[in-house]
Design a protein around this ligand. Structure first.
Ligand SMILES: NC(=O)c1ccc[n+]([C@@H]2O[C@H](COP(=O)([O-])OP(=O)(O)OC[C@H]3O[C@@H](n4cnc5c(N)ncnc54)[C@H](OP(=O)(O)O)[C@@H]3O)[C@@H](O)[C@H]2O)c1
Length: 233
């Protein structure tokens, strides 16, 4: 039987590349996002599009109760506002915390019982180098650090039940999200990395695909750095 992957934000950017890889590998994929008007895989027979705003945390349990058993959950959807800490509107703080941090927890809570029952399941969280070294958008950094930490917490709780949960921490990736980063900062980051360029979405998606499918189960609770020398350690 085909494995079923749920990918949040699988309609564009890194998530779109991952959706492609998943269906090409023979999985069924459910994509959760707000807008599918430009989604190139919308008509693919193995893809279901679920239109949902993941900042609506209280509705996630109900949303997931209508979705068939999930073998693979990818918490990929995220937002960055790039606002200064002292000019950060409360509604923006609330929405970034909900989308980047609370929604992944709710989604994990929703899929965990089915995975525990089966004694198997994979979860991949798309964090960021921002969660490791800090970020000018402090709430972005806070949410991504939280995502890395909750990956470890859930690995402790769910690892013994057969579930493999890991995160990735990419540096800047060529997607729409980069549009909020000032040009000067982009230049400075490019100078820092080994090959003078940002990551491509498919490079990050490839790493997430591996963690979602065939990485050894002994890799659990970790965060994979994808930063090309921006944070060697
Ligand atoms: N690009 C980078 O430099 C970079 C670096 C490190 C980590 N990341 C992380 O990678 C992940 C994917 O980002 P990306 O670079 O691919 O950016 P992107 O192209 O802007 O994609 C963001 C995705 O999140 C979805 N999304 C946003 N708000 C949502 C909401 N309220 N409810 C449901 N879905 C929502 C979007 O779909 P809709 O707008 O249709 O809802 C879209 O699919 C994010 O978590 C980001 O933090 C990105």
């Amino acid at each position: 039987m085909k494995k079923h992957a749920v990918i949040t934000g699988g309609n564009r950017g890194i998530g779109l590349e991952l959706s492609r890889m998943m269906v090409e590998s023979g999985c069924r994929v459910t994509v959760i996002a707000r807008n599918f008007s430009d989604f190139p895989l919308a008509d693919h027979k193995e893809i279901s599009c679920v239109e949902y705003d993941l900042t609506d945390i209280s509705g996630i349990k109900n949303l997931m109760s209508g979705i068939p058993h999930v073998d693979i959950l990818v918490n990929n959807a995220g937002v960055m506002y790039s606002l200064p800490y002292d000019q950060y509107p409360d509604d923006k703080k609330q929405s970034i915390m909900k989308l980047n941090l609370e929604a992944p927890v709710e989604l994990i809570k929703a899929v965990a019982p089915g995975m525990i029952k089966k004694g198997a399941g994979r979860i991949v969280n798309n964090a960021s180098i921002a969660g490791q070294i800090g970020h000018p958008d402090i709430w972005y950094g806070i949410t991504k650090a939280g995502l890395i930490n909750l990956t470890k917490s859930f690995a402790r709780l769910l690892g013994p039940k057969g579930i493999v949960i890991n995160a990735v921490a990419p540096g800047p990736v060529e997607t729409a999200m980069l549009s909020v980063i000032p040009e000067e900062r982009k230049k400075a980051i490019k100078k820092m990395v080994y090959t003078g360029r940002f990551a491509r979405a498919d490079e990050v998606a490839g790493a997430m695909f591996w963690l979602a499918t065939e990485s050894p189960e002994y890799i659990n609770g970790t965060c994979l750095d994808i930063n090309n020398g921006a944070f060697p350690r």
